[in-house]
Structure formats: C-alpha cells, structure tokens
Design a protein around this ligand. Structure first.
Ligand SMILES: *[C@@H]1O[C@H](CO)[C@@H](O)[C@H](O)[C@H]1NC(C)=O
Length: 479
C-alpha cells in the first residue's frame, strides 16, 4: 500500500525548530536584505576553497558559466591535464555540481554533510542538495541529470511552453492559492516540478541547528535567481521578523514534502525533505481534488487531478494522510503548519462529522481484516466492495486505488478472475495518477490483470478455508 508522503510531517523536526527559534547566529553571513552584493558575497565565502568536490576536476568551476552538458564536456577536454577518456556515457554529465560547499561534520557520527548544487539542472532551473557526498553521488545517478530531455516539459512555471491550467490568486483566509482556469479532467496532469531543495533527513539529526540552517540557506542561494525568488516568496505562516537564515528555515519547514528513499538507496531509514516552490502554492484540503507522487528517476513531483475540476475551483492537496478522524486531523494541521483546519470536513455540523468519523473507523477495521491472509480472516469480496463504497462516500478519490487493489485481491482469492481483472484494471487506472506508473501496487495489479491465475492471491482464501489443498501441477499446466 501507499506510503504517505506528508508535508514536513515529522514531529522531530517541528520540535527542533521550536526549541531553537530565536537564537542568534554568528554565521549569518548572507542575508538577502543586502541584496546587490549577495551573489559575490555568497560565492566568495561559501564557494571558494578546494576539496570537498565529488567530481574530480570540478573545483574552481564554482559558479562560473558551465553552460550545460555539451560545454561542460569541452571544458574538461581542453584542460591540458585531462587527456583521460571522457566520462562514460552511462554516468551523469560531468562536471555535475557547480557548488559543493559549505560542509559541516556531524557532532554525533563520522558523517560530513555538504551542499551540492547544480545550477544547470533541468535546463537551467537548478537544484540544490544537502546531504553526504555518497548520497549526493547516488542521487546524481538519476537519469534526469544525464538526459535533460526527460524533464523538458516539467517546471512550466519558470519556462512555460504550454498554457497554465491555473492562476495564482489570493484566497480569502488562506494566502495564495491556485485556481483552475479551465475544466481539468480526472487524471489530467496539473503540474510537475523537479526538486528545488532536497535535504537528507539525517542533516537535522546529525547537525546542530546553527549548521543545518546555514546549509539550507546556502543551498537556496545557489539556485538561479528566478528560482530562488520563488522559494523566498513562499509563506512562513506568520510574519515574525527573522534573519535570512531563519526565514529560509521557516519556509522549508512550512513547505517541504517528505520523500521516501528509492529502493537502491543504501540509506533506507532516512528519506528526504524536499521543497518544490510552485507545488507549495497548493493549499490543503481534507478531500482534495489533486494528488502527488514523486519519481526518483526524473527527480520530479507530479500533480494530477483525482476528480474533474471546474473552472474557478481551487486546486488542492492533502498535507496529511486523509484517512484520519476529525480531531486528529485538526490537531496535526495546527501543530505542523499552524493553521486552523477550515475544510468542509472539519467545519461541517456535528452529525456529519460523526458520520464521517464512523466511516473512517470502519475503513480502518476493514483494512485490517482485508490485509489479513491467515485462515481465520473473515475477508471476502463483499467486504472489499463495502470498502470501495466507503472511500466514495468519504470522497477519498486520491486513495480509491487502494480499495480497488483490495477488491482485485479478494475476488481473485475467491476464484472470480473476471471481476478480479476488472478491479485490477481500475487500480491501475487510478493508481497511475496518484502513486505513479512505477509504483509497486500499480505494477502488480497490471500483472494480475494480465493473468490472475498466476497471481499469488488466486484461490487463496478458498484454499486456506475450504481445504481444497494445493492445486496439482497438472492442473496448472492445462491452463
Ligand atoms: C570533517 O572531518 C574530516 C575527517 O576528519 C575532515 O577531513 C574534514 O575536513 C572535516 N570537514 C569539516 C567541514 O570540518
């Protein structure tokens, strides 16, 4: 089932932010308030020096026009020292990072955490990473670094080649938000953005706040100007006066998404804390009309409509797991983002709140039963049908594929392959929009739709309950 990415949902971070709020930073040396000298100051203080680069030969290229893959290649080749063969074609383009400083050593372990920035990423949009050298090298293996074509049509807000489906407008009581300009059909792509600022969660554990906030600020500084300004314009949900470093920290804390590591990442216990400034403009709704998924190969967060959206409607995402009771929902939104939940779901009259909470409770109970594959489980197709209905009643359009997965499994486990195929197809169709085409559930359902008889769930409930025993080898060969 889906791992929920939540917007900066980790309380550990929220706790750290509060604990250190208001401290003075001696190293607060690049405030944007002295804007004109900003670039040179940042480069002189942060970018200079040698060492720390993960790409041999990239030192000294810091911040000076390496204009893209082709030209970068030329720089290396024309260098007298580099008569070595050019980098392998299956690696990322070289040199990759335009900045690899500053760095801080952990106070708790051997880890050294640095800023790695690539000003040229995604056709000049730029991207900054706060992580260890090893992890940066892992992230840099993503095909998006090697092949800018992969992300050519993303990031439409900065380099628009297709008309926007929305306008950014002031929404009463919510600050800025995005309003649909046209009819957007269920499943349509609304926007897609590559990472702007991607932070290894370990940075918050390994480094004192004074250090990780400097890394965040430097990472934002290294982004090209329009991109940097888009981040600095984001909401901090309050107007307290802050230093530049504090402001960047607060913006990140208010606007970041949690991204799980990809399965090849050697660090599985810590994900990433990622800011996408355009996507961050979408406000929260408990029953949103859009949903998001992240793709590691393109370093892109995709936003699709999960139901038809009419012109004039606000485009929304859920910042939290939508399958939560009202009280938990209100508390969480208040604690992490500091706003009063104003969704219809939170503000509707009491009998409707209770009815919704009861549906949520039943969804959780059914889900436990359906996930249980032991002989004592009472799970059956009718239970999965009820689950689908509850999701529909709750308008959980972004999670409906999960109920379809359950239904496909239950019908197949009951020996009803054609209904299993129907629900497997529905799970794929819905899942592609909200968890993406590479999601494990989506891939598995696609396989089941092709051949339900070969799926592990085939006749599973009947076998364990009815004692039909194992199907003989001969029967399988007959098919
Ligand atoms: C971190 O520690 C390593 C090994 O002791 C050292 O080489 C490196 O310079 C240190 N980095 C910083 C930023 O102090």
């Amino acid at each position: 089932m889906r791992l929920f990415q939540t917007l900066s949902g980790l309380s550990v971070l929220a706790g750290t932010v509060l604990a250190h709020e208001g401290q003075h930073h001696d190293h607060d040396h690049h405030r944007h308030h002295d804007a004109p000298s900003h670039d040179s100051l940042a480069h002189a203080e942060i970018c200079g020096g040698s060492g720390g680069s993960i790409i041999p030969g990239s030192d000294g290229l810091c911040g000076h026009g390496i204009a893209g893959a082709g030209e970068a290649q030329k720089v290396i080749v024309s260098d007298a020292e580099s008569q070595k063969p050019p980098p392998q074609d299956d690696g990322p383009r070289y040199p990759l990072w335009t900045h690899t400083k500053p760095c801080f050593n952990s106070t708790k372990s051997e880890l050294e955490i640095c800023v790695f920035a690539d000003e040229k990423f995604a056709n000049g949009r730029g991207a900054s990473f706060v992580m260890t050298e090893r992890r940066a090298a892992h992230v840099a293996k993503a095909p998006a670094f090697k092949d800018p074509e992969l992300v050519k049509h993303t990031n439409q807000d900065i380099h628009r080649t297709a008309p926007a489906k929305y306008d950014m407008k002031e929404i009463p009581g919510k600050g800025m938000g995005l309003i649909a300009k046209q009819h957007i059909r269920r499943g349509d792509l609304i926007m897609a953005n590559t990472v702007s600022l991607m932070i290894d969660y370990r940075a918050f554990e390994e480094l004192p706040k004074e250090h990780y906030t400097q890394l965040q600020a430097a990472a934002v500084d290294y982004l090209p100007e329009a991109h940097r300004e888009a981040i600095l314009a984001l909401s901090t949900h309050d107007d307290t006066d802050r230093t530049y470093i504090q402001r960047v920290d607060k913006i990140a804390a208010t606007n970041a998404f949690d991204i799980e590591p990809d399965e090849d990442d050697e660090v599985q216990d810590y994900g990433f804390y990622v800011v996408f400034p355009e996507i961050a403009r979408m406000n929260h709704d408990c029953r949103p009309n859009a949903d998001y998924y992240y793709d590691h190969e393109t370093l892109t967060q995709y936003i699709h409509a999960v139901r038809d959206v009419f012109p004039g409607e606000e485009l929304t995402l859920s910042y939290i797991n939508p399958i939560m009771k009202r009280k938990a929902r209100v508390r969480k939104l208040q604690r992490i983002w500091g706003f009063e939940c104003a969704c219809p779901l939170c503000t509707q009259e009491q009998p409707r709140v209770e009815a919704s909470d009861l549906r949520i409770r039943q969804i959780k109970e059914l889900s436990n039963e359906l996930d249980d594959w032991e002989p004592q489980s009472r799970a059956n197709p009718a239970m999965a049908e009820l689950m689908i209905s509850l999701y529909e009643q709750e308008k959980l359009w972004g999670s409906l594929h999960e109920a379809y997965v359950s239904a496909a499994l239950e019908y197949n486990a009951a020996g009803e392959p054609w209904t299993a195929i129907k629900y497997a197809r529905l799970a794929v169709e819905r899942g592609m929009q909200v968890v993406g085409p590479k999601d494990a559930d989506v891939l598995e359902m696609a396989k089941m739709a092709e051949d339900p008889w070969a799926h592990w769930s085939w006749m599973k409930r009947i076998k364990v309950r009815g004692g039909w025993g194992k199907r003989s080898k001969e029967t399988e060969d007959d098919e």
